[in-house]
Design a protein around this ligand. Structure first.
Ligand code: TRP
Length: 455
């Protein structure tokens, strides 16, 4: 993130690093419950189309800004549009958004930590499958344990950030990502074999268009942005590490497709279990913590040892997926404090820990003692997520595409997209992608933005 301009060594390294940031709680935890809250297959369908038509072009736009400017997200706009004060003034957004997300992200991280401990202490093995929902609601509405778990999870991630990200965590994500895919496939297969699972699969893939509302559209796009880590400077930063010879289209599409695939697999792992367990799909943020333990309880009756190992591994994977993402979220604010205020790295991380720790504690308590505090039906946790994912992310994504479409020179954009004409297969695609970036994406984002306010 700072001055040294390291680069990714190979195409797989680029895709792994970007997919490591993209694949996280957004896929495993947020996607399934968003599907459940917003009408099932209709949401999934819009999510897939939106990812290809809107999010991928925006992703490409962010990589282009990053690689062209060859600097961090805060300075990128300033460097590419010198002397334009507007672009300087918005540079606080890419710092603010990740910090808000980090706060509540680590609350969910804390939940998975607790569930990992629960799995290891054989709690699911001895529970009756019918009680898994109750275990969860009891847990989140209590005061101390979720807050402690949140702080512990945040501290674990903060320590890694303080140590520096590159060597340890990047190697780790390279190893863990294939494991993640393997596990989610295995769990999806098991989940689909449960009695009553067919209904879950139908819920995911058989659209009922009467469920469609403009809100479905707005939330599906918001989810797609969130899942690809768009609109907050992360992709701009990673883009600045992408090698000059690299094919931007291939790396971007590779990341988007792995992220999409992972989300659908997570849906297949979770929805059938939700239906088999008789849980309401619109149960909200707790969905995976209610349905996955159900599978393990069931499995535990036939194969107790296997069930314990798999349950432990599953929550361990959630923890790691969340950690790799949380680390890059904290890193943004940390790098900012180091560069802007010349803070020492350790101290900057500590400041981030205090800010996210305090804000996250409020989010955590909003499921328990503070649950009465609501604005139009949303508790503090929901408000954090809504403001970041459905408002700020959209503004930032809008600004990024407008920047590439209207502020940068078309020739420069073409040059980046085709590597100066050497990536021959990208040449004929350029006009279409440019059109999507310049006209389709900004108009779509604006429409969605206003839908959020008016409906
Ligand atoms: N995309 C991540 C996920 O799916 C969450 C996320 C959003 C993120 N923005 C980010 C992670 C920025 C790292 C950096 O869970």
């Amino acid at each position: 993130m700072e001055k040294k301009r390291e680069g990714f060594g190979s195409r797989t390294a680029v895709i792994f690093a970007m997919a490591g940031s993209a694949i996280g709680l957004g896929n495993l935890w947020r996607f399934p419950y968003m599907v459940g809250e917003h009408g099932g297959a209709v949401f999934v369908l819009i999510y897939i189309v939106a990812t290809i038509l809107f999010s991928l072009p925006i992703f490409i736009a962010e990589v282009i800004i990053g690689r062209r400017s060859h600097t961090n997200a805060r300075d990128a706009f300033v460097r590419l549009a010198p002397g334009k004060p507007f672009w300087r003034s918005i540079s606080v957004l890419p710092i603010l958004i990740p910090t808000i997300i980090a706060s509540y992200y680590s609350v969910i991280g804390g939940w998975s930590l607790d569930y990992f401990f629960k799995a290891c202490s054989l709690e699911f093995l001895h529970a009756d499958p019918g009680t898994t929902s109750g275990i969860f609601t009891g847990f989140v509405s209590s005061t101390w344990v979720p807050v402690l778990m949140h702080l512990l999870f945040l501290a674990m991630s903060a320590i890694v950030v303080a140590l520096g990200v590159k060597a340890g965590i990047e190697k780790f994500s390279k190893f863990i990502l294939p494991v993640l895919f393997f596990l989610i496939v295995a769990i999806a297969l098991y989940s689909m074999s449960l009695p009553g699972a067919g209904e879950g699969v139908r819920y995911l893939f058989k659209p009922d268009f009467s469920e469609f509302t403009p809100r479905t559209f707005a939330y599906a796009l918001g989810q797609s942005f969130y899942s690809l880590s768009l609109g907050m400077g992360i992709i701009i930063t990673y883009g600045s590490y992408v090698h000059r010879n690299e094919n931007i289209l291939v790396s971007s599409a590779g990341t988007a497709v792995s992220d999409l695939l992972f989300a659908l697999l997570a849906g297949l792992a979770i929805m059938p279990a939700v239906f088999a367990a008789g849980i309401e799909p619109g149960a909200g943020p707790g969905l995976i913590f209610q349905s996955i333990p159900y599978i393990f309880c069931k499995m535990g009756q036939e194969a107790p040892a296997l069930s314990t190992v798999v349950a432990g591994l599953f929550f361990f994977t959630v923890i790691v997926a969340a950690m790799t993402s949380l680390i890059s979220l904290i890193e943004v604010g940390t790098a900012f404090l180091v560069e802007k205020f010349r803070m020492r790295r350790g101290r900057a991380v500590f400041v981030m820990f205090l800010v996210c720790g305090a804000a996250g504690t409020l989010c955590s308590l909003s499921f328990g003692p503070l649950s009465g505090l609501k604005v139009s039906g949303m508790n503090i946790f929901d408000i954090f997520d809504w403001v970041a994912s459905n408002i700020l992310l959209l503004i930032m994504a809008f600004l990024s595409v407008v920047f590439v479409g209207f502020v940068m020179k078309k020739e420069d954009v073409r040059d980046e997209f085709t590597n100066g004409g050497t990536k021959r297969r990208n040449v004929p695609l350029f006009n279409a992608v440019y059109f999507l970036i310049k006209w389709v994406a900004p108009i779509a984002v604006l429409l969605i933005f206003f839908t959020n306010f008016t409906l």
